[in-house]
Design a protein around this ligand. Sequence first.
Ligand SMILES: Nc1ncnc2c1ncn2[C@@H]1O[C@H](COP(=O)(O)OP(=O)(O)OP(=O)(O)O)[C@@H](O)[C@H]1O
Ligand SMILES: *[C@@H]1O[C@H](CO)[C@@H](O)[C@H](O)[C@H]1NC(C)=O
Ligand SMILES: *[C@@H]1O[C@H](CO)[C@@H](O)[C@H](O)[C@H]1NC(C)=O
Ligand SMILES: *[C@@H]1O[C@H](CO)[C@@H](O)[C@H](O)[C@H]1NC(C)=O
Ligand SMILES: *[C@@H]1O[C@H](CO)[C@@H](O)[C@H](O)[C@H]1NC(C)=O
Ligand SMILES: *[C@@H]1O[C@H](CO)[C@@H](O)[C@H](O)[C@H]1NC(C)=O
Ligand SMILES: *[C@@H]1O[C@H](CO)[C@@H](O)[C@H](O)[C@H]1NC(C)=O
Ligand SMILES: [Mg+2]
Length: 673
Amino acid sequence: MLQLLLTVGLSHNLLASGLGGDHEQFVYTGFTGSKLILDDAATITTAGLVKLTNETFRIKGHAFHPVPARFRESSSGAVQSFSVSFVFGILSSFGDVRGHGFAFFIAPSTDLSTAFPIQFLGLVNDTNNGSVSNHLFAVELDTILNTEFGDINNNHVGIDVNSLNSVRSFTAGFYDDSKSGTFTNLSLIGSGPMQIWVDYDGNSTQINVTLAPLGVAKPVRPLLSTTYDLSGVLTEQAYLGFSSSTGLTTGHHYVLGWSFAMNGAAPTIDPTKLPKLPHLGPKPRSKLLEIVLPIASALFVLVIGILAVLMVRRHFRYKEVREDWEVEYGPHRFSYKDLFHATKGFKDKRLIGVGGFGRVYRGVLPTSKSEVAVKRVSYDSKQGVKEFIAEVVSIGRLQHRNVVKLLGYCRRKGELLLVYEYMANGSLDKHLYGEEGKATLDWGQRFRIVKEIALGLLYLHEEWDKVVIHRDVKASNVLLDGEMNGRLGDFGLARLYDHGTDPQTTHVVGTIGYLAPELVRRGKATTLTDIYSFGIFILEITCGQKPIKEDPQGNQLLLVDWVIHNWHKGSLLDAMDTKLQGNYHLGETGLALKLGLLCSHPFPNARPTMRQVMQYLDGDLPLPELLPAHFSFGMLSLMQNEGQVVDSSMLSSYPSPMMMSIGSISDLLEDGR
Ligand SMILES: Nc1ncnc2c1ncn2[C@@H]1O[C@H](COP(=O)(O)OP(=O)(O)OP(=O)(O)O)[C@@H](O)[C@H]1O
Ligand SMILES: *[C@@H]1O[C@H](CO)[C@@H](O)[C@H](O)[C@H]1NC(C)=O
Ligand SMILES: *[C@@H]1O[C@H](CO)[C@@H](O)[C@H](O)[C@H]1NC(C)=O
Ligand SMILES: *[C@@H]1O[C@H](CO)[C@@H](O)[C@H](O)[C@H]1NC(C)=O
Ligand SMILES: *[C@@H]1O[C@H](CO)[C@@H](O)[C@H](O)[C@H]1NC(C)=O
Ligand SMILES: *[C@@H]1O[C@H](CO)[C@@H](O)[C@H](O)[C@H]1NC(C)=O
Ligand SMILES: *[C@@H]1O[C@H](CO)[C@@H](O)[C@H](O)[C@H]1NC(C)=O
Ligand SMILES: [Mg+2]
């Protein structure tokens, strides 16, 4: 006996093992490396648990302590007191599907091959149920209600002797000492590891079975207590073991630890050293995760969604058109994104004007912080764009103090953006017609602007590498910078709409009132058609009147005709802008009016060149002696002579400024007849 106790601590799992004396005992804390006798489906898992069955239907599984215990001193003696304790766990495979429980038992042999599975729990068969020759004592942990064995419910603990009809059974649970012994139900399935104590007192033949969740101290009051003299049941030597079986449903029955003692309390099983029950199915999650996870994942999806939308929007918002041939113009190209930010997203607040070609916005470039005017021009012609961009870039190289610098461009689908220097004082027309409370210009300023624009146009026509035709000289395209210097803007843009040599498709581009008669007829812009427009511009700035004005009777007439009319009357100065209130230089105004008329002469050959215009304005060359008679009495009559009819009704139906095709003018003329 002493020697047996000395074996304590020899085995890792079986801390103490000694059968054969009247103080036999053993403890298993996990079963790794143990020498249990296993049959059928029973295995020891890698984690060290005894697993009695598997997923196969209608199988059994047994696990025995390898050595039988000696329950009686002799074959006729009474069964001695003994005590057993084990830690177990029952898991269901999925949902509420449950197997048929399992049992701890004491039997004379390890051969239970004739026992039945299913509800027989691998302990008996249908012929030997109840037979005294079984010498069987068992504690069943039953999870299925079998009426044939008189089960009370599907979650009970029972004391069985030779048969599966329990001597005593009770709903699984424990008398909780922490709640002054009130009964607390326990579900055998899925409640985590639990511990059972089976105590037999040989003197009083009392059997106690006590259940508690693992970690809870053995309750004072047992779950089941009965007296049954096992002396008539157990053989002198018998094996201790576990049994389980499956039917059409399976369960998972695990034993984590086990201890036994003859004539003494079963050694305690250290719960901290036990292997862990496996998790089946979805891992139980903490309440926190259950709440946080759905919210977090919803947020995540939302954020991803928003990002995707932003990226798609960003892609389309800043989408540009870029073609191979544009590579060489790279330095003149602006990114749409920069222009978008420069103009604060093309806000209405940044809109400075709307013209015949598109809208103009004020902007501040993000990198250089310089102020620019961005003009958005819509176009649909494919072929014109290439030539136009080439011209934009070549024009971009123009450098003259009286020309608004074109800084670059950007291209999108069906849209072109032109970036110009910003002119702080806007366009001249606003000053002439007193828009937005702008003070009208005095004569000195006006004459200076005429000279400056003449310089700018001279530069375009004669002083640069090649001849550049402006095509749209007019007051709204004369811009004033911060120091009120006149600068010519918007040149070349007309070309975007003016291409091809087929007269049927040729469009005249420019503004009604500024179009030279031969331009309307032949659709070909030349330096002389520019000079015609410049002449009209001089008259406009001098008279302070639009090129097409209304007479007191409400009839529309051309400013040129009106000036000629005044001249014929012998009072040319009546044409002067009344807002000047007579404050002007007589010589200069006479020169301006006459030069305006000369430049806008119906015969192209009668018009001076820009160099001559400059000389006249500077007084280096006297204006040729002109008489009113040199000018035909009215442009309209002249046009009629040329075989075209333009009457005032036609002009009135078209507010200025605008552009139109020769075709549409002819159509109108036909209708007008
Ligand atoms: N570089 C610039 N700096 C400051 N303001 C400008 C600039 N370019 C244009 N503007 C303003 O925008 C307005 C519209 O210009 P836009 O050129 O589109 O029309 P328009 O000159 O009236 O007609 P057109 O389309 O025939 O040129 C102008 O009247 C002017 O006030
Ligand atoms: C279950 O156990 C039976 C009987 O031992 C065996 O034949 C079968 O292969 C096992 N099944 C699995 C899935 O382990
Ligand atoms: C039942 O078990 C007993 C004892 O092991 C055996 O003798 C008998 O043949 C079994 N009956 C059946 C039907 O298997
Ligand atoms: C099993 O044996 C017990 C005791 O002899 C008996 O009361 C019971 O009816 C038997 N059950 C079956 C299903 O044979
Ligand atoms: C315990 O379970 C049994 C059987 O399911 C039931 O009848 C009883 O009311 C339960 N008791 C408590 C306290 O839940
Ligand atoms: C059974 O439980 C009762 C009540 O706690 C106790 O008095 C008795 O000693 C126990 N018997 C055994 C064999 O443990
Ligand atoms: C039975 O009780 C007597 C005294 O009441 C005691 O001396 C004896 O050891 C007990 N036997 C067992 C097996 O516990
Ligand atoms: Mg313009």
